[in-house]
Write a protein that binds this ligand. Structure first.
Ligand code: GDP
Length: 455
């Protein structure tokens, strides 16, 4: 542990005013900071009732609970303390101000506590990502996946695979060293290649998960698309139960893509309202249309909304061909139809293309549509709970590992021990990149950018 580095502090709990505010301190001057602010060092890992004072004047700021976690057995591996204060602006500002006045102390950057935990070997890179996901989790399924990752699900696995590859490399290298002696190389390279082959299939099987782990992180994407004025924004508002999109009687007001996150039966669904898809001369609107179509194409499910009461419906349905995902037809404004026969319309629930009759304004037919969406999300994510890969970064690293193993396996055994060793080493490196053992500097910024201050 370095002693010359700054001691950092931050408000780690939510924005004041709140019942309680938690201020965390981490670094070599933590002990000094406690002495200055509360006049003593509490018993390690036991809550102590203390008075927090302005060091310069001795004025009492608050009565609080103080916790002292001496390093290296702390969350970050360094000396840490936590003050649980009354959560007002005035108390928090006074305490942060008093801490800032202590030599060697400064406000923490976003994610800096976690960065220290990582630097001190208390957390691996994939665990850091799991922690970020746990903080961002919106649904129970996301929370469970993040927690598994925080507890090392993919990190430990990747590290175990890396060790096996390193062992295989050692075998091949031993073969190279003994290459003067007849027969020995193949005896060593053979088992190494066998191990590489086994690993290759295991990793490839891990990758064949239809990206469901990543989807669970980001949410199943459902796009609401269709001609202008069909009632897409009205439907989105109803689904989201709040005023998320502007509803207007004039076509083309939803210029951009509006995003709403839903928790359906514990699974995350990201609803996108696309700009009223139509031809336009306005470049801004054209851009909106381009983006809308792009996202609609990438969606897992498209709700194609049409105005069931309007004439020219057939022409609108033709646009459906621009969309490649599973599409459900949503016939809206059913309340305007004189013929109420639609009420009993039901499409088979296992069909890829289903039709729903709804009225976004009266809410008729909405229960059926929501139930169908929830069932779709449930079945989509049902296999996900065992998925290892939760980010594109992981996927790419594993794909590169498989590619390197393939190259190693493609070498003619008798003549290319050096090439085999090199490809195996490259496979070990990509796994090391996944867990943060190698080339970590390149990815730290990206990973810690998502963190909030105080974590
Ligand atoms: P968008 O352009 O597809 O997003 O359509 P909007 O949601 O802005 O709705 C266009 C117009 O249709 C608005 O005046 C809505 O109030 C109206 N509207 C939407 N859904 C229904 C419905 O189910 N029944 C009736 N009668 N009007 C609707």
């Amino acid at each position: 542990m370095k002693n010359d580095r700054p001691t950092i502090f931050a408000l780690s709990s939510g924005r004041p005013p709140a019942a309680i505010a938690v201020v965390r301190i981490c670094g070599p001057a933590t002990r000094l900071a406690l002495e200055h602010l509360i006049g003593r060092i509490p018993q390690p890992r036991h809550a102590a009732l203390v008075r927090v004072r302005v060091p310069a004047s001795g004025e009492i700021i608050d009565e609080a609970l103080a916790l002292w976690f001496p390093g290296p057995r702390s969350e970050t591996g360094e000396d840490m303390a936590e003050l649980q204060l009354h959560g007002s602006h005035a108390v928090v500002t006074a305490v942060l101000g008093a801490l800032g006045a202590i030599e060697g102390c400064r406000l923490a950057e976003p994610g800096e506590f976690t960065l220290r935990a990582f630097e001190n070997g208390r957390l691996g890179l994939t665990e850091v990502e799991g922690l970020a996901d746990l903080i961002a989790a919106e649904t129970p399924a996301q929370r469970r996946q993040a927690f598994r990752q925080l507890k090392g699900l993919i990190g430990d696995q990747a590290e175990a695979w890396r060790r096996q590859i390193v062992k295989a490399v050692a075998l091949v290298e031993a073969g190279i060293d003994f290459s003067d002696e007849a027969d020995i190389p193949e005896d060593l390279v053979g088992p190494a290649l066998y191990a590489a082959q086994q690993l290759r299939s295991i990793i490839a099987a891990t990758l064949a998960d239809s990206r469901r782990g990543e989807r669970l992180r980001e949410g199943l994407v459902v796009t609401i698309a269709g001609p202008p004025n069909a009632g897409k924004s009205t439907l989105l508002n109803r689904l989201a139960r709040r005023e998320a999109a502007i509803v207007s009687p004039y076509p083309g007001t939803t210029r951009d893509v509006i995003e709403v996150h839903l928790d359906l039966d514990g699974y995350p669904v990201t609803l996108l309202d696309t700009a009223g898809i139509r031809d336009s001369d306005d470049p801004v609107e054209q851009e909106g249309v381009r983006r809308a179509l792009q996202r609609a194409t990438e969606a897992d499910l498209v709700l194609w909304v049409i105005d069931a009461s309007a004439s020219g419906v057939a022409a609108a349905e033709g646009q459906e061909n621009t969309v490649k995902s599973v599409t459900w037809m949503v016939k809206n404004k059913a309340d305007l139809l004189v013929d109420k026969l639609w009420i009993n319309c039901e499409s088979p629930s296992d069909a890829m293309e289903r039709t729903f009759w709804i009225s976004a304004t009266t809410g008729a037919g909405m229960v059926k549509l929501l139930d169908a969406l929830a069932a779709y999300a449930r079945s989509y994510f049902s296999a996900v709970e065992t998925s290892l890969v939760t980010r594109l970064r992981h996927r790419e690293a594993l794909e590169q590992t498989v590619a390197a193993l393939d190259r190693a396996l493609a070498q003619p055994v008798s003549r290319s021990e050096e090439l085999i060793a090199e490809e195996l080493r490259s496979a070990a490196t990509t796994l090391g990149r996944l867990t943060g053992r190698v080339d970590v500097e390149d990815i730290l910024d990206v990973i810690f950018r998502d963190f909030c201050i105080g974590k």
